[in-house]
Ligand binder design. Structure first.
Ligand code: ISE
Length: 423
């Protein structure tokens, strides 16, 4: 994933460049750095990369269980960070991150729920939001991997794969998950007979909505993500493939992609481009730490249901006051209130933008990448947060600074606004 983001940032996305890379395998890092252009620094480790003044923002693509620690380091350095999903592997860690971001007073985290940038998913979202299918009542999702990642467990399938579907259901239906019920089976395709590699998740969401999600990580024939949303006035279903259907000699069919990189190329470009644009505008609009926290809460509850064989309530913050509307409304108001132009503050406008990424790819080798140094490119600088009072700022390489929208009054306000009291 790190290589894909590095390529996208250096070859396709405008407004940023890869400025630094790190990897457990130094020669891989050097190769990647060289492929990203001139003056790309190679760092000894993630910490030196995150701390370097020439790095304005960070992309994390390391293994799931390293995400939370690295995101916290970025928050401590007040650096915007794009973190691949999941943001953390436990609700506890995700919550710590949300609280630290709230403490910082500025939204600086985006999470890699790239389906939200897939053209077909966006069309479905538009159709739902425009009322084309009436009130949406059912999300039907299918998520198949050709083969399970090495070392997969019944639980990691929920943390690493199903988290996408849980996010999609929340996002498309515009409702929070209230109850989950999960069944799993071992299909015999996996080498480890203990792993429940096919799981069926049933959800009850707010607004009377339901969801039914199949996650099958040893499907063998290829990679597929399918979804249909049923409304009270119609349904909308994404097309089965990115490719045309061939009809020939009593056969009709289409190719199936092998993995998510092949299935979602446009989404990966769009999510990076929007992220950079948002950083330069000082307002993050993508899936955020809260989205991740809430999806992880559902994941953890799904794990409980899988183990117990019973349905489980989510227990917080979704159900009542913590609708996505309430939270989003709060954040938007906050951002409006705290967005201030550099000019009003006596600061120069945007300066240069730097990105950094850290990756351990499918080969489980840690690699990091990213960024752009302000000094060398002459591009405008990014907004970096600094104070806890909302809309912080940090000076870029040329002493320029810009603001990102943030929180006004610390975490209590956010949790109160969100209606969350614990968990
Ligand atoms: C993988 O890590 C991804 O993020 C893919 O998008 C997902 O479809 C797959 O199941 C995960 O293993």
């Amino acid at each position: 994933m790190g290589t894909r983001h590095a390529e996208t940032l250096s070859a396709t996305v405008s407004g940023a460049r890869v400025a630094g890379v790190t990897d457990l395998d130094r020669s891989r890092a050097e190769k990647l750095a060289a492929s990203c252009g001139l003056d790309v620094m190679v760092f000894e480790n993630e910490r030196t990369l995150i701390q370097h003044d020439g790095i304005d923002a960070v992309v994390i693509t390391t293994p799931d269980d390293t995400h939370a620690g690295l995101v916290m380091e970025c928050l401590q350095r007040q650096k915007p960070v794009f973190c691949e999903k999941p943001l953390a592997t436990t609700v506890k860690d995700a919550r710590r991150i949300v609280e630290a971001e709230v403490e910082l007073g500025t939204k600086v985290i985006q999470v890699g729920f790239m389906r939200r940038y897939d053209p077909q998913h966006l069309d479905v979202k538009d159709a739902i939001d425009s009322g084309a299918i009436g009130h949406p009542v059912l999300f039907k999702g299918t998520h198949r991997n050709a083969e399970a990642a090495p070392g997969s467990s019944s639980e990691s399938i929920l943390v690493n794969s199903a988290v996408h579907d849980l996010d999609s259901a929340r996002w498309l239906l515009g409702q929070e998950i209230e109850e989950v019920y999960v069944h799993g089976t071992n299909t015999g395709a996996a080498s480890d007979g203990e792993v429940l590699d096919l799981q069926v998740i049933q959800l009850k969401l707010g607004g009377g909505c339901l969801a039914n999600i199949e996650v099958y990580v040893n499907a063998g024939y290829g990679y597929e993500v399918d979804l249909e949303v049923v409304g009270d006035a119609g349904t909308i279903h994404i097309a089965p493939a990115n490719a045309p259907v061939l009809r020939k000699q009593r056969y009709a069919g289409h190719p199936v992609e092998g993995n998510w990189l092949e299935r979602f190329p446009a989404a990966y470009v769009l999510e990076m481009q929007r992220w950079i644009e948002n950083l330069r505008d000082g307002q993050l609009t993508g899936p955020d730490a809260w989205d991740s926290y809430t999806s992880l809460l559902a994941v953890e509850t799904c794990i409980g249901s899988l183990h117990s064989g019973t349905k489980r309530p989510l227990g917080v913050p979704s159900a009542r006051s913590c609708t996505s509307e309430a939270r989003r409304g709060f954040w938007l108001r906050t951002i409006d209130r705290t967005r201030t132009s550099g000019a009003e503050d006596g600061m120069e406008d945007l300066g240069d933008l730097t990105l950094l990424g850290v990756d351990i790819g499918t080969t489980h080798v840690k690699r990091a990448l990213t960024t752009k140094t302000a000094a060398s490119s002459g591009l405008p600088t990014v907004a970096l947060p600094s104070d806890g009072s909302g809309g912080g700022r940090v000076r870029g390489p040329r002493g320029r600074a810009h603001r990102l929208g943030g929180y006004p009054a610390g975490r209590e306000a956010v949790w109160a606004a969100a209606g969350d009291r614990g968990n």
